[in-house]
Design a protein around this ligand. Structure first.
Ligand code: AMP
Ligand code: GLY
Length: 437
């Protein structure tokens, strides 16, 4: 089987690495890939946004399955275009990808499906948004650009005044451009965030192992939001009974409602949840694997990923007899460029990769890297996702940090507290026992 993975981040490297382990897979291509996907697969110099050339490549090279990493090509309709060309591809159609591509659409689906989520209103006119915000009691609110805004379109506000400003920035001043022409204003929820991902094919839902991301740049969950500075799996806070509740109250009604609305969902359904005092509530849906959540989750997956995704792409996921997980936890620590998530320099030579790679139960997933002659150099903000398994979450974290210690470049940095909240019952809010895989 020949597989094409679309994208160039840490998630895509984890997908390439895992898919290449399948006994059925002969070659994994990655477009455009990074220096790590070039080690575990073959890079193809086509950007993820170039759907036509990707389709031509897949046709000419008889690709048996295409797996799309990032959301943008999914929202642009890559799945429909591949289907039109008779190509097999894993992911949601353009209509179904609106779950991530339009926050207003996602909220409407949740409302119609009775899925717990923050109370909200959708606005196109600034004066309507401002009048509604003014009518509320003082308190925290969240203002969201409807469309894709490179992960920056969500403004979490402490006060009505800040929310008014955020709404005006989007609807009056055109911040976020077209993506912010429509906005969602919603109540701000409190609690711990968890990511629940499931492989879905129209009606069959196969949840993946649980995971938790760390979005803030600095230790103690301080500093600006990032794409994610690290992740661990499983998330002990998600007990078996909580997972059952999430499947029953969130995943099943959402997948059902998508079918009712005429846009059945197929692909990865990623529910970003807040575990509130009132139970789990949906913050957002994504329609792809999480990054960096995919790194620890895929490290723990023992089943044949190529087989699972092929079954889903064929609408035969019901034939799958569950997924097999390594019970040992995995922790991914992201190493980033100086300045990230703001401006950062590129082109620094990365040292120590071989030493880190020689450690047992450890994998260095590349994100923002590229080859320059014999060197591997930085080319992005999040550069590496150093991932390790261990007998416990602290052991896995220690192993990941030891490998991080092997690696260096000018200005590299990382959080040192990834996964600590998993074993800290105070910040976790519940005992960290009886988690599930
Ligand atoms: P989203 O892209 O919708 O996930 O939002 C990005 C981040 O903003 C989430 O991961 C949360 O940390 C935060 N967020 C979004 N919506 C809310 C909400 N209603 N209450 C509190 N935080 C939120
Ligand atoms: N880790 C957050 C995301 O993939 O959206």
């Amino acid at each position: 089987m020949k597989i094409l993975v679309v994208g160039n981040g840490g998630r895509e490297h984890a997908l390439v690495w895992k898919l290449a382990q399948s006994p059925q897979v002969e070659t994994v291509y990655c477009a455009p890939g990074n220096a790590g996907t070039a080690i575990d697969g073959i890079n193809v110099p086509i950007p993820a946004s170039e759907i036509g050339p990707l389709r031509t490549f897949a046709t000419d090279n008889r690709i048996d399955l295409t797996v799309v990493g990032p959301e943008a090509p999914l929202v642009s309709g890559i799945v429909d275009e591949f289907h039109d060309a008779g190509l097999r591809i894993f992911g949601p159609s353009q209509q179904a990808a609106r779950l991530e591509g339009s926050k207003a659409f996602a909220k409407d689906i949740m409302r119609q499906a009775g899925v717990p989520t923050a109370d909200y209103r959708v606005f196109r006119r600034a004066e309507d948004a401002e009048a509604w915000i003014d009518s509320l009691d003082e308190g925290p609110l969240v203002v969201k650009a409807d469309g894709l805004a490179a992960g920056k379109g969500v403004i979490v506000c402490d006060s009505r005044a800040a929310a008014r400003q955020a709404a005006a920035d989007m609807l009056r001043s055109g911040r976020f451009g077209e993506a912010g022409r429509e906005i969602v204003v919603e109540e701000r929820l409190q609690g711990q965030e968890v990511s629940i991902l499931a492989i879905v094919d129209r009606e069959t839902i196969v949840p993946l192992a649980t995971s938790q991301d760390h979005k803030r740049a600095h230790d103690g969950d301080r500093g600006p939001n990032t794409g994610g500075m690290g992740a661990y799996s499983p998330a002990p806070i998600v007990t078996e009974s909580l997972m059952d509740e999430i499947v029953r109250r969130i995943l099943v009604p959402t997948v059902h409602e998508m079918r009712v609305q005429g846009c059945p969902f197929s692909g990865v359904l990623y529910a970003g949840l807040m575990l509130t005092q009132q139970g789990p509530q949906v913050l957002e849906y994504n329609v792809r694997f999480g990054d960096p959540e995919a790194q620890p989750v895929l490290m723990r997956l023992k089943s044949d990923l190529a087989q699972v995704l092929s079954l889903a792409a064929d609408g035969r996921l019901a034939e799958l007899e569950g997924l097999d997980w390594d019970p040992r936890p995995a922790v991914c620590v992201v190493m980033a460029s100086e300045g990230y998530p703001g401006d950062y320099c590129k082109g620094h030579v990365i040292e120590g990769l071989d030493k880190a790679a020689s450690r047992p139960l450890t994998k260095v997933f590349h994100a923002g890297t590229t080859e320059r002659g014999a060197d591997i150099v930085t080319s992005g903000g999040r550069v590496l996702g150093v991932t390790a398994m261990g007998d416990s979450i602290p052991d896995a974290k220690t192993a990941a940090l030891q490998a991080v210690g092997d690696i260096t470049w000018d200005g590299c940095w990382n959080r040192t507290d990834i996964a600590d909240r998993a074993t800290d019952p105070v910040s976790a809010g519940r005992p960290a026992s009886s988690g599930r895989g």
